[in-house]
Ligand binder design. Structure first.
Ligand SMILES: Nc1ncnc2c1ncn2[C@@H]1O[C@H](COP(=O)(O)OP(=O)(O)OP(=O)(O)O)[C@@H](O)[C@H]1O
Ligand SMILES: [Mg+2]
Length: 250
């Protein structure tokens, strides 16, 4: 369970996360949607301790994020950042192996190797495992970062726009992987998505943010509603049903 209580973050005079309180239950897939600048990444970065809130508190399974040592938190919670600035002269395998660091502290075991191999295979990266990150396409690089996060094998997985740069095949594969992580491995996945139809197809819960606030949250069907979405995105959006799924048309 992730408990966010009265969390606020400002840059200068601008409040970008405005007094948010919400409890994210364990298990399942929760998508965070909302327009550019809504505060989605800022909120995720605070849960992952990359940023500290100006006020409020965040607890992960009862651990206060601001007081928990990084290596303890890193075994509970992994985070894929929206912008990964990483040394380009690193191979895919090195990057993915880095995901095991919280466990191995650099002394990699056979088990670490198995996790790395599984992640490379799941993300279809075996053929480019020994290539440098700056020799990859944008989508291949994105998949390498997802593999690194997967390798960390944490109960909580936070993914900030994991579908960036991905073609439909690889986007669907990642969302299936996300579902499997939740359904088979009981992980709690929180994922920021701009594609409303991906959110509607693969999430249990949806949180909609705008202007630093949560404007709606609940089961997928409660949030994927045309009036609500049209208002959030300031764009006319229709929601149709197709084979029991909700499809947004814009
Ligand atoms: N380091 C920073 N300094 C100043 N302002 C910042 C900084 N980081 C973010 N902001 C501002 O905070 C607001 C929220 O940004 P955030 O990255 O959380 O939005 P987001 O919902 O993730 O948007 P996107 O969909 O574009 O990724 C934006 O207005 C942004 O300009
Ligand atoms: Mg963002």
């Amino acid at each position: 369970m992730i408990e966010i209580e009265k969390v606020t973050k400002s840059y200068g005079e601008t409040v970008v996360v405005d007094d948010i309180s919400i409890t994210l239950p364990s298990g399942g897939v929760t998508s965070i949607i909302g327009p550019n600048g809504a505060g989605k990444s800022t909120l995720l970065s605070m849960i992952g301790r990359l940023l500290s809130p100006d006020a409020g508190s965040i607890q992960v399974d009862g651990l206060d994020v601001s007081k928990t040592p990084s290596d303890v938190l890193a075994r509970r919670l992994s985070l894929l950042r929206q912008d990964n600035h990483m040394a380009a002269r690193l191979t895919v395998r090195d990057l993915v192996t880095f995901g095991r660091y919280p466990y191995s502290k650099g002394r990699y075991t056979v088990e670490d190797e198995r996790h790395v191999g599984d992640a490379l295979r799941f993300l279809g990266l075996e053929a480019c495992a020994d290539r440098f990150l700056d020799e990859l396409s944008g989508g291949q690089r994105q998949r390498a970062f997802v593999a690194m996060v997967m390798c960390q094998n944490t109960d909580y997985v936070l993914l900030d726009e994991p579908l960036n740069n991905l073609d439909i095949k690889h986007a669907v594969e990642i969302m299936r992987l996300v579902r499997r992580a939740a359904d088979e491995f009981r992980k709690t996945v929180i994922v920021v998505l701009h594609d409303i139809n991906m959110a509607s197809a693969y999430s249990d819960h949806i949180i909609a943010m705008k202007n630093g606030r949560i404007v709606a949250h609940g089961a997928m069907q409660e949030v994927i509603q045309q009036d609500l979405l049209s208002e959030i995105y300031e764009t006319q959006i229709a929601v149709e049903s197709l084979n029991g799924r909700r499809i947004a048309v814009y």
